[in-house]
Write a protein that binds this ligand. Structure first.
Ligand SMILES: Nc1ncnc2c1ncn2[C@@H]1O[C@H](COP(=O)(O)OP(=O)(O)OP(=O)(O)O)[C@@H](O)[C@H]1O
Length: 244
């Protein structure tokens, strides 16, 4: 029996309406269909402006779709269509099932880097965030930040003033500290040096080995070649793979 994919996208379409331009319609995704199985890493490739980031944001529930399905098979085997899910359901999926790592860290004022990462573990577990649970979450955050070579002197500081590469490493640690069913990576190594790019390649390999489904945009060909099991080309807002 063929195992169901973790992510099943069918005939997904998305048009932006530019209200400041007299309601101009900009069709960006047209009938996108895509399957991603456990342990696979699908790299979205194609020229600039073809809808790769838009697709990633639809998969994460940040953008609503005009039509189509985004079916996610959760860790417990149940399925949910993200394109039709209520906002509360999307938030719950983000806490428990999905991780999204972009180039940019959205910082929360005054929260130290260590807790920016540890909070992700606490959110997923539903723990109240105090006592032993917080210390255990911080231990996991410390292990990952140190693997990503973020100097220990920065861990207690809020990342707002960190360099681009330091912020990106906090973002990566936040994305990987909690195992996700679906991992969405939008240029996760854009600001990293070679040593840290290698760490990210290892982290992605470990996530695949654990059975995560990964979708990513990797402009760095070396990273893409190292992590992608398959490349899907997006041209004219379409990414069909002959799926029904
Ligand atoms: N929020 C938005 N509102 C209006 N138009 C948008 C919005 N986001 C993206 N677009 C437009 O949608 C098109 C696709 O953008 P998108 O960022 O998805 O492309 P991409 O393939 O990821 O490009 P790149 O490789 O350059 O990052 C572009 O023409 C862009 O201007």
């Amino acid at each position: 029996m063929t195992r169901r994919p973790v992510l099943r996208v069918r005939r997904l379409s998305k048009t932006f309406t530019l209200h400041l331009r007299g309601g101009l319609q900009l069709p960006v995704l047209r009938d996108v269909s895509l399957d991603v199985h456990a342990g696979e890493c699908v790299a979205l490739v194609g020229p600039s402006g073809q809808g790769k980031s838009t697709l990633m944001k639809c998969l994460h529930g940040s953008y609503g779709a005009d039509s189509g399905e985004i079916v996610l098979r959760r860790a417990d085997g149940s399925e949910i269509d993200l394109a039709a899910a209520a906002p509360q359901q999307v938030l719950q999926l983000r806490r428990r099932e999905m991780a999204y790592v972009s180039q940019f860290l959205r910082v929360v004022p005054r929260v130290p880097a260590l807790d920016v990462v540890a909070e992700r573990v606490l959110d997923a577990s539903g723990a109240d965030g105090e006592g032993e649970a917080r210390e255990a979450a911080r231990d996991r955050a410390r292990a990952l930040l140190s693997r990503l070579n973020l100097p220990g002197g920065l861990w207690q500081l809020p990342p707002a003033t960190f360099s681009g590469g330091e912020q990106q490493r906090v973002n990566i640690a936040r994305g990987f500290v909690q195992p996700a069913t679906l991992l969405l990576l939008d240029e996760p190594t854009a600001s990293l040096d070679a040593a840290n790019r290698r760490v990210v390649i290892e982290l992605i390999a470990e996530a695949k080995a654990r059975g995560a489904a990964v979708v990513g945009i990797f402009h760095d060909e070396e990273v893409r070649d190292a992590v992608a099991t398959r490349c899907v080309s997006m041209v004219g807002g379409t990414a069909k793979e002959g799926l029904q």
